[in-house]
Design a protein around this ligand. Structure first.
Ligand SMILES: Nc1ncnc2c1ncn2[C@@H]1O[C@H](COP(=O)(O)OP(=O)(O)OP(=O)(O)O)[C@@H](O)[C@H]1O
Ligand SMILES: [Mg+2]
Length: 271
């Protein structure tokens, strides 16, 4: 088993605050791996450091055997890492399909908005991109009749799906999702769980997920890493994390501890 992503001693300080503290982290190629921990644990900062928004204070980041340290965000995207943001970052005054086409931009020769759309090649490229964007919207379950709506007018759950479609448009090998179900109702969360699984199974994209919904995390993850105050306090299989005393103390608390008991009672089936 190879690791598509490996950090060693990854550290990010903001002044006196160590947001990510000497983290050794591995993501197995083809896995669904989760990163969990309390608010302020450093999860988003870890993503931002891996994706080039922040420069690490120290440590290494290897993606498919290549160092990412010093790369700019668009270079990390081009290297094969797509991501979504905890706070949705869409172009509100662009349509859903245009938002996805922007995601493809790094892979295209022409301006996606067609400002230069004169040559046959450019027009062909635009048509191809538009068709691919519609296919991605369909794949994430955004209703076809909403494709030409301005993204700011989409229901919240559809905006979250659209963010995933835009990230997929960059043709990533590794997809980082930062709390993709935040603000979703249980039905939407269940659908998104299926979507994440399908993205991995059908597109062979490795998934790294930040998520507070423990039902989702325990159900979907093959490996879980736990951060607390910037430091990794545990990594392992869902059942190992669920019963880890230090993790329960720092994050899962009594609710999750009783979940672990329920889990034991019903013979290990997810509750
Ligand atoms: N750009 C920044 N400048 C200064 N401090 C920051 C910056 N970004 C994050 N921090 C601090 O780093 C710590 C980790 O924040 P981070 O957003 O990574 O946590 P998180 O685990 O994603 O939390 P949450 O679950 O609430 O999203 C926090 O104390 C936060 O205030
Ligand atoms: Mg966060």
């Amino acid at each position: 088993m190879t690791n598509i992503l490996e950090t060693r001693g990854l550290t990010k300080r903001f002044g006196g605050l160590t947001a990510v503290d000497s983290v050794d982290f591995s993501v197995a190629t083809g896995s669904i791996t989760s990163l969990i921990g309390p608010n302020g644990a450093g999860k988003t900062t870890f993503f931002n450091t891996v994706t080039g928004l922040y420069t690490p204070t120290s440590g290494t980041i290897a993606f498919a055997g290549r160092s990412l340290v010093g790369l700019k965000p668009h270079e990390v995207t081009a290297a094969g890492i797509g991501r979504t943001f905890q706070n949705i970052r869409l172009f509100g005054n662009m349509t859903a399909v245009e938002n996805v086409m922007v995601g493809m931009h790094s892979r295209m020769h022409a301006n996606v908005l067609g400002i230069l759309a004169h040559s046959a090649r450019v027009q062909h490229e635009e048509a191809t991109a538009r068709a691919k964007a519609h296919a991605l919207l369909d794949a994430v379950g955004l209703p076809a009749q909403r494709a030409d709506d301005l993204s700011k007018n989409l229901p919240y759950g559809d905006q979250r799906r659209l963010e995933i479609a835009r990230a997929l448009a960059t043709d990533p090998e590794l997809l980082l999702l930062d709390e993709p179900t935040a603000g979703m109702n249980p039905q939407e969360t269940a659908e998104l769980t299926q979507l994440i699984r399908r993205i991995r199974d059908e597109r062979a994209i490795t998934i790294l997920l930040i998520e507070h919904d423990m039902k989702l995390v325990m159900e979907i993850s093959e490996s879980i890493t736990v951060l607390d105050r910037g430091a990794k306090i545990a990594a392992g299989l869902p059942h190992e994390i669920r019963s880890n005393e230090q993790v329960i103390e720092a994050y899962l608390g009594r609710g999750a501890a009783s979940m672990a008991h329920a889990h034991a009672r019903n013979g290990g089936e997810p509750t």
